[in-house]
Design a protein around this ligand. Structure first.
Ligand code: ZN
Ligand code: FE
Length: 265
């Protein structure tokens, strides 16, 4: 049988209570994104698999808690946000920077996506399948978005817009398994969205088998994620009814949705 060239493998590694540490591996090399603890990554490393790099999107402990230990044990290079303080950072990054990872044959472009935290960054690259992927930490989630701990609604909306204009087939590699509760809320906002209803069923089936609901795609998010749909009349109407006041700009609609989600149980 002819041997095929190995393709990069993209894996969400479950960590802590509901985090994912993303791993990309190829030809015996691996990188991880946002290791909140070292154990789940160490369990996958072996003589034939070397950790080449650790990429960090923002400073929260559930994303950086494993960085120091992993760097010490493997010597992997640590890349992280230039404008945030993280435990170890060999290469500080902000928008316009690139990350070359020859071991796994990937090159990432860095985007500034503030809002969840002030210096949050994303890594955007083309997998060797030709498929774009974005590692977006706690900014864009499947059917949701991150809370605004350090940013304004306008900043977060700009950041989400940057992600939303990526090609629809782009894989969205977010850092938490929040999809079930996000979809429960999204159905309150937009109960008549048939694509969202189908997604709810697909997600329920995956979770019943304890499988990840990610990566999703930008296309799926555009059709089902209320935070990317502030311009849709149905979303605007729902937000207006929730706020009981007129909402004149996309930023006001977004801010209302974010508060609605914060209060949703
Ligand atoms: Zn976070
Ligand atoms: Fe987080």
């Amino acid at each position: 049988m002819p041997t095929q060239a190995t393709q990069a493998i993209l894996t969400p590694i479950p960590s802590l209570s509901d985090n994912y540490i993303w791993m990309v591996q190829k030809n015996g090399h691996a990188i991880v994104v946002d290791p909140g603890e070292p154990g789940p990554v160490e369990a996958l490393l072996h003589d034939g698999l070397t950790l080449e790099a650790i990429l960090v999107t923002h400073h929260h402990s559930d994303h950086v808690g494993g960085v120091g230990a992993l760097q010490q044990r493997t010597g992997a290079r640590v890349y992280g946000p230039r404008h945030e303080k993280i435990p170890v950072c060999d290469v500080p990054l902000s928008e316009g920077d690139h990350v070359n990872l020859p071991g796994i044959g990937l090159r990432f472009q860095v985007l500034d996506i503030p809002g969840h935290t002030a210096g949050h960054i994303a890594y955007v690259g083309l997998l060797d399948t030709g498929r774009p992927a974005v590692f977006c930490g706690d900014t864009l989630f499947a059917a949701g978005c991150g809370r605004l701990f350090e940013g304004t609604p306008a900043q977060m909306l700009d950041s989400l817009d940057k992600l939303a204009c990526m090609p629809p087939e782009t894989l969205v590699c977010c850092a938490h398994e929040y999809t079930t509760s996000n979809i429960r809320w999204a159905l309150q906002v937009e109960p008549g969205n048939a694509v969202l209803q189908q997604r709810a069923q697909a997600v329920a089936q995956l979770r019943a088998q304890d499988l990840p609901t990610v990566p999703s795609t930008i296309g799926q998010e555009l059709e089902t994620n209320p935070f990317l749909r502030t311009a849709q009349p149905a979303i605007h109407t729902a937000a207006h009814q929730y706020a009981r006041t007129s909402l004149d700009t996309p930023q006001e609609v977004f801010a209302c949705l974010r508060e609605w989600k914060n209060d949703f149980k």
